[in-house]
Structure formats: C-alpha cells, structure tokens
Design a protein around this ligand. Structure first.
Ligand code: NAD
Length: 296
C-alpha cells in the first residue's frame, strides 16, 4: 500500500480521496476549506497544514484542483509540492486544466527527478463516489504503469492517451465534441417542435439513423425519450453549464495556441457563455435547449 498525498477535497476530490483510503492506502491531505478538512479527518485521512506537507515521504501525490493556476501554484516554487517530495515520487494531477500548464508542470517534475501524469476524468461526482471514473492519462509509459494501480482505486476505465498533456488534450477534444453535439441535438428537437413533429417520433427515427449521437440517445435534452436524462428533472445537473463552458474555453484556447481551426467549438463556447451568464451556470448543460427555443 502506498503513502499518498492528496490536495483538493472538493466535490470530486473528497470522494476520490475516500476511495484511496478504502483501498487501504495511507493518505496525508490538504484543502483550503475547513469543512473539507474536517470531513477528510473523519474519513480516516491525516490532515496537514499546507499543500506541500502532503508530499512529505509520499510515494504518490494526487491533486484535484479548479484550474491550471492552482496546479502551478501548488506544485512549483520553493514552498511547493515538488520541492518537498522525495526523488522518484509520482504526481497525478486529475484536475481539468489547460494543456500548456499540464506540460509545464510535468517538465518541471522530470527536471526535478520526479514523475508526473495528467489524468483528468469524466464521470462526474457520481463516478467519483462509486469509484467508476474514466481517467484519460498523459505521461511516459513508466509513469503510466506506476499510476495505474492508484487510478484503479478511483476509476474503472483508464486510458493511456500518450505523452504529457495528452490526457488534457483528450478531455477537451471529447468535451468540445459533446458541447457541439448537444447544441446540434437541441436545435433539431427545437425545430421539430416548430414543425409539429413529436419529440418521441424524432427520437425513434433519429436514434436509429444518421443523426444518432450520445447527446440524443443517452442524455436527450427533452423529457421523455431517455428517462434518466436531466430534462426529466427540470435540468438539475448532471453536468452543469458552467463546467461545459470551462471545458469549451480550454478547447478554444488550446486550438488558438496550436493553430487549429474550431469554428463550431468557438460558437458553442459563445452560446454556453450566454446561457451560463443568464443565470443558468448551475443548470445542466442540456438545458441550453430552452435558450435555443427562445422560451427562457
Ligand atoms: P470543487 O470546486 O468542488 O473543488 C476544488 C477544491 O480545491 C476545493 O475544495 C478548494 O478548496 C480546493 N482548492 C483550491 N485551491 C487550493 C489550494 N491552493 N490548495 C488546496 N486546495 C485548494 O471542484 P470539483 O468539482 O471537485 O472539480 C475539480 C476539478 O475536476 C476541476 O478541474 C473540474 O473541472 C474537474 N471535473 C469536475 C467534474 C464535476 O462533475 N464536478 C467532472 C469532471 C472534471
């Protein structure tokens, strides 16, 4: 069993850390929130005073933080995790952050005699609690092999996507496609309504023809056809519009830096900015159908 440092005990990090404890690992942990620290201590983790203290004698440090700036501030610098962690320590950053920051921190770890993978997740809070997350992992073969048994305690599908930063690249490419496909699906259902075509009929036809896609068949944005979709519970998330907006912004930023053309990704980002900015940041991302209908 490993000695693990864990930083960031929010909606995702809290349950992920508890799954590491359940698997028998020893965990030293830190968060800025007193409530999160109290819950972690009750779950059996050792709570420390600073992020860098989690790295003391650690085999592995896992982080689950909001954005690239938090990840850089926690790992880098004289008072950071990297300076405190032993040589050979493995860092697993599961936050969703920009590709450039992920690569910068991984390169610094390598230069300091340590290993790092970026391992963003999909599966949401439900997947974090159940230990069924999908991890998209970027890093060397050696780093991936070392990370695998730790990730297996928190997830079910663990995919090696290539070198450093490629986990983040996979995550934002997938979520850009999801944002675009959700808007397209919403437009089709909104148009069907105006044309007097019943939503269930459109679903029955399109889900078995060339318009078929995940946003329709697993997460349908109108109530009825897929009983588990957020549309059936007044668009309670699920996956909040603010989260989709964050991932689309990361995709557009990465495309701009890499010289890739993403006109639909840009348009999706602007539409989600409008939706989230009009009081729906906490609404499920499929609720954008109401804005596209012009109803709400
Ligand atoms: P959250 O806001 O609930 O948790 C973030 C935690 O980090 C908070 O508890 C905060 O106090 C802590 N934190 C911030 N700065 C810190 C620092 N310097 N030192 C220690 N702790 C610090 O966010 P979340 O929903 O848990 O998401 C975490 C990451 O996972 C994000 O990058 C998000 O995009 C990604 N993600 C979230 C979901 C989801 O459904 N919530 C799904 C997939 C990916």
């Amino acid at each position: 069993m490993a000695m693990i440092g864990f930083i960031g005990l929010g909606n995702m990090g809290g349950p992920m850390m508890r799954n590491l404890l359940k698997a028998g690992h020893k965990v030293r942990t830190f968060d800025l929130s007193e409530t999160a620290k109290k819950a972690a201590a009750e779950a059996g983790a050792t709570v420390v005073d600073k992020a860098a203290d989690t790295a003391e004698g650690a085999d592995v440090v896992v982080s689950m933080l909001p954005a690239g700036e938090h990840v850089k501030s926690v790992y880098l610098g004289e008072a950071g995790v990297m300076a405190r962690a032993p040589k050979g320590c493995l860092f697993i950053d599961s936050s969703t952050i920009d590709v450039a920051s992920a690569r910068e921190v991984a390169a610094a770890a390598l230069a300091n005699g340590q290993l790092m993978v970026d391992a963003p997740v999909s599966g949401g809070v439900g997947g974090a609690e159940a230990g069924t997350l999908t991890f998209m992992v970027g890093g060397s073969d050696n780093s991936f092999a070392k990370a695998l048994p730790i990730l297996e305690a928190m997830g079910k599908n663990i995919v090696h996507a290539g070198g450093a930063g490629n986990g983040q690249a996979a995550k934002i490419c997938n979520n850009m496609l999801l944002g675009i496909s959700m808007i397209g699906t919403c437009e089709a259902f909104a148009l069907a309504e105006k044309l007097g075509l019943d939503a269930q009929k459109l679903f029955d036809i399109s889900s078995k023809s060339s318009g078929q896609n995940w946003s329709m068949t697993s997460y349908c944005p109108v109530p009825g056809p897929v009983p588990t979709s957020p549309a059936n519970r007044d668009y309670q998330p699920g996956f909040a519009a603010a989260m989709m907006l964050k991932d689309l912004k990361l995709a557009v930023e990465a495309a701009s830096k890499a010289g890739a053309s993403v006109p639909l990704g840009s348009q999706a980002s602007q539409l989600y900015a409008l939706f989230a900015g009009s009081g729906h940041a906490g609404t499920d991302f499929s609720g954008i159908i109401n804005m596209l209908r012009g109803a709400k």
